[in-house]
Ligand binder design. Structure first.
Ligand code: 13P
Length: 354
């Protein structure tokens, strides 16, 4: 099937109380490990490509590979831009065929975060691309040996969250409630009351960033209170590096690079399989076979960058026909004009040379 965006999938996850792992892909081995595990576990999956990882992996190339793989995968696959901070990167991702993006304006003052997020939402929705945004700040840094902890002074405020969702029309809200990116200093203490208030009052699918180091028990509780997307990366990287060290120590004569990668991939798959069990996404495709059926009910036309609707049959599919669609499936003249303006601006800023 074609890539799915996150609107229907997250709605399904919210109604059925499971979380979907959004696993970062800075390289193709990790991607293969993630997809293999999702298929083996009959789990929907989100392939997260972080803007900061574009120094390791090419945006257009990874989009091409993931789209092709998703077409053949028997589970729903979303391709999501993680922590998109620059307008140009987001437009490039939409153009490359990402089905979902995150705009991270969490460092901006509230009003500016609202303004920029709303603009991105308008453009992305016109293209059938779902949008996640962050309010409050999840601190830390992924993939390093440094240790971090959450800072309650930048936790998400529930009142602001309600206003933010209403004024931006986002599809998913990333919040700060005790997690941090990367390795933790000490044990993370999650503010479940805050999560509960935000999920209940905004009625939006809520995203947990900084999954590495959160206990199984805390993940289960977070999912029961409304977390539907769980971002998870650092432990995947740590596992791959540690496995590589062990394999080379045990086999000093090894010179086969693909054999090394294959064994490393197996180590990553074990970690991911465990997380899919804990998040509750394992077995979802068997329990709900219609989750991935092409239903047309909530199809959004894919739009090429010159603003012309592409009727070539590439439609993002999401939840079953009964799932409520959050927005119109028709492009207005304004939507098309917004898209044209956006692309023109991106091109003028030297997009192709970026
Ligand atoms: P961890 O690296 O802490 O698992 O967090 C990943 C993440 O939140 C990506 O956005």
């Amino acid at each position: 099937m074609a890539l799915v965006n996150l609107i229907g999938l997250m709605d399904h996850a919210r109604r059925n109380k499971y979380g979907v792992g959004a696993f970062n892909v800075p390289d193709y081995e990790t991607f293969q490990a993630i997809l293999d595990t999702a298929v083996a576990k009959q789990s929907p999956v989100i392939i997260d490509v972080a803007e900061v990882h574009l120094k390791y992996i090419d945006l257009d190339d990874v989009a091409y590979v993931v789209k092709r793989a998703a077409e053949r995968a028997p589970v729903p696959v979303a391709l999501h831009l993680d922590h998109g901070e620059h307008f140009e990167t987001i437009i490039r991702a939409v153009r490359a065929g990402f089905s979902s993006i995150m705009f991270d304006g969490s460092h901006l003052p509230f009003e500016e975060n609202v303004r920029q997020t709303a603009e991105i939402v308008r453009i992305c929705h016109a293209c059938g691309v779902s949008v996640e945004a962050e309010l409050g700040q999840v601190l830390g840094g992924e993939g390093t040996s440094e240790r971090f902890e959450a800072d309650p002074s930048v936790f998400t405020d529930p009142d602001e969250a309600v206003e933010f969702c209403a004024r931006t029309n986002i599809d998913l809200l990333a919040i700060s409630f005790g997690t941090a990116h990367g390795l933790y200093r000490g044990t993370p203490k999650l503010d479940f009351d805050r999560l509960d208030a935000i999920a209940t009052r905004t009625k939006k699918p809520v995203v947990l960033h900084g999954g590495t180091g959160v206990s199984d028990e805390d993940f289960r509780k977070a999912v029961s209170l409304g977390i539907t997307k769980i971002n998870y990366y650092t432990q995947t990287s740590v596992t791959a590096v540690e496995a590589t060290r062990e394999i080379l120590a045990a086999n000093p004569d090894l010179v086969s690079y693909p054999l090394l990668l294959q064994q490393t991939r197996e180590a990553i798959k074990k970690v991911l399989a465990h997380q899919m069990d804990v998040f509750g996404s394992a077995g979802i495709c068997a329990r709900f076979p219609d989750i991935c059926i092409e239903c047309d009910a909530c199809t959004v036309p894919n739009v090429s960058l010159d603003g012309v609707a592409d009727t070539g049959g590439h439609a993002y599919q999401h939840a079953p026909a009964s799932a409520p669609a959050d927005r119109s499936d028709k492009l207005t003249d304004d939507d098309v004009q917004t898209l044209i303006d956006a692309v023109t601006r991106a091109v003028l800023k030297g997009l192709n040379d970026a």
